[in-house]
Write a protein that binds this ligand. Structure first.
Ligand SMILES: *Cc1c(COP(=O)(O)O)cnc(C)c1O
Length: 409
């Protein structure tokens, strides 16, 4: 098979849709176009039936007791907003303290910032060099005003997996509601809302080979029953939790994506991890001065993630040199400045090194041929850029760069 360019290795940003998902969706754009809220005719019933089937498929993947615990949304940004704002508003009389981490997705962090403006207090926990929050830190942060803990299942930049089961057990013990942004981890690592004591979980279809613009919030209905204040008012859809006509084709596709993962995720994770390890081994066999960001190892990092900093290369130059490969870098370019990723900074990665980091996000459709091509390309380009770097040359000659007093400042 011949390679197609650019090669996609950015599956943490979004994933291509599985053809099986598309095929399942198609009839719901055309002959089954009904509104799932139409109760008086066949068009509505067919749509509602399809939505309820998808609800079961989603519930099964995450181990929910009942399909009614799935609230469909427009995606995980909305789910995170609904979880945090919905709990904060509903339980305001109980307390005003929320615990989260410094490496959450912006949809959690920015929601927390808004809640702070409304009088809530938020503790942002450190995660250390491993990029994993410590259970003791969560415990120590709890007060009698704590109403919610929100910790992601797996991080979208470094792929580190958080101790969700242990935090869930702690939250149960303290009677605190536990939300997890499960977007990156569901279907890639072990996840079960009951086994892990999760009360609220955000997921999104487009990170798991489904369509964009559809997601869900799992809302526990027993042991304990979690209540939310709705953030979108209207027709009272989704048991009053989220008004708005349902995106039936999207939901059908989401359900199918979940069904595929329920059956295939373990084999897929094994395959993807083997390709990811192949890429890592090739890079490290030929390049020195490479650093993996975050914890490494099964159960500690997603099978599809490799986040590496390449010392002594200029990040932007490297990204330009490998533009045949779609990856993300540790620099978040804003119009005014070149800021290093806040996640890498939270791991204590130095600014320089953060700028030279690359996130490889492999996926279901990544081939061995692609991995070999990407490894070769990155190795060649890093070597070439280092050949031009006086700093790399000095480091190789044994000069300790940290001891140098630069003359011209
Ligand atoms: C992509 C992502 C989101 C946002 O999901 P959307 O459906 O794109 O709104 C939230 N959290 C994490 C960890 C993500 O990777």
């Amino acid at each position: 098979m011949s390679l197609k360019f650019p090669i996609y290795m950015d599956n943490h940003s979004t994933s291509p849709m599985d053809p099986r998902v598309l095929e399942t969706m198609l009839p719901y754009f055309t002959e089954h176009f009904g509104n799932a809220a139409s109760r008086s005719h066949k068009f509505g019933w067919t749509a509602e039936e399809a939505v309820n089937y998808a609800r079961e498929q989603v519930a099964t993947l995450i181990g929910a007791d009942r399909p009614e615990e799935i609230v469909f949304t427009s995606g995980a940004s909305e789910s995170n907003n609904l979880a945090l704002k919905g709990v904060a508003e509903f339980y305001r009389d109980k307390g005003n303290h929320i615990i989260t981490t410094k490496i959450e997705h912006k949809a959690v962090l920015d929601t927390c910032k808004r809640l702070e403006k409304q009088g809530f207090e938020v503790t942002y926990l450190d995660v250390g060099v491993e990029g994993i929050v410590s259970l003791d830190d969560v415990r120590a942060a709890m007060t009698d005003k704590t109403i919610l803990v929100s910790v992601m299942l797996a991080n979208n930049e470094v792929g580190t997996i958080q101790p969700i089961g242990a935090i869930g057990a702690l939250c149960k013990e303290r009677g605190v509601i536990f939300h997890t942004d499960a977007v990156q981890g569901v279907g890639k690592t072990e996840f079960n809302v009951n086994a892990m004591g999760v009360d609220l979980a955000s997921i999104t279809a487009h990170k798991m080979y489904g369509p964009k613009g559809v997601g869900a919030l799992y809302v526990r209905r027993a042991r304990p029953r979690v209540r939310l204040t709705a953030q979108i008012d209207g027709g009272g859809h989704e048991r009053g939790n989220r008004s708005g006509t349902l995106n039936v084709p999207g939901i059908v596709g989401f359900g199918k994506a979940c069904e595929i993962l329920t059956k295939e995720w373990r084999d897929e994770a094994r395959y993807v991890a083997s390709q990811r390890d192949r890429l890592k081994e090739k890079l490290f066999a030929e390049l020195d001065e490479c650093h993996i960001n975050g914890a490494w190892g099964e159960g500690r990092r997603l099978p599809n993630n490799l986040n590496v900093s390449f010392s002594y290369v200029e990040g932007e130059g490297l990204m330009m040199a490998i533009k045949d490969v779609a990856v993300s870098s540790g620099s978040a370019c804003t119009s005014s400045s070149l800021e290093p990723s806040y996640v890498l900074r939270a791991l204590g990665v130095e600014e320089e090194l953060a700028h030279t980091s690359i996130r490889f996000g492999l996926g279901r459709f990544t081939t061995e041929e692609e991995v070999d091509f990407v490894a070769r390309l990155v190795i060649d380009k890093v070597k070439k850029l280092r050949d031009l770097s006086p700093l790399y040359e000095m480091a190789k000659e044994g000069v300790n760069l940290k001891d140098i007093v630069w003359a011209a400042h």
